[in-house]
Design a protein around this ligand. Sequence first.
Ligand SMILES: [Zn+2]
Ligand SMILES: [Zn+2]
Length: 211
Amino acid sequence: MALEVVRLVLGPLENNTYLVADMESKTAVVVDPSFGSQAAVEVAAARGWELQQIWLTHAHFDHLAGVAEVEAAYQGRLPVGLHPADLPLWEKRGGASQFGFNFEAGPRPNLIFTHGQHLPLGHETLEVRHVPGHTPGHVAFHHPSGVMLVGDLIFQSSVGRTDLPGGSFQTLLASIHTQVLSLPDTTRLLPGHGPETTVGLERSGNPFLNG
Ligand SMILES: [Zn+2]
Ligand SMILES: [Zn+2]
């Protein structure tokens, strides 16, 4: 269970871009590279980690604006993972123009996530969990040591917005109940924005789940 996670806060929407590494093999992935993800490449290099893949929790622009920067540092060799239900959103650049943002699009996602899929990372394995609601193809990445990267599904004392195209509050709540609250209270939740939390803290204190 030698997983290490580094959080970088990047871009105008203060996205959490995560480096997730297997300490034994020194292989790593970058999750949701936002604007300015050259910083993630540099942190990985400083630690002697070899980036292997780019994983996207969903296709909103602020979670993928840095894909091209990371790819540039690796000669475009890194597979980009996304759930197919978010490909239509990816085609629209994750809604960037709606918010007045523009950026170089990275390569089309070519690692297709499915619910229950096991993603090897060196000697470790993370599991893909399909958690729609914020977007139709939103996924979380769960590691059996008790950590889950949850993107914009759930935040400390809040949940992902569901007023954007493809969003559904009922679907979001169902995803949280089946895929988050079913985990042990000690499970760390690493969201796409803001500080980390735990299943237990959100189970008892999240106003959106206790209305
Ligand atoms: Zn989002
Ligand atoms: Zn976001």
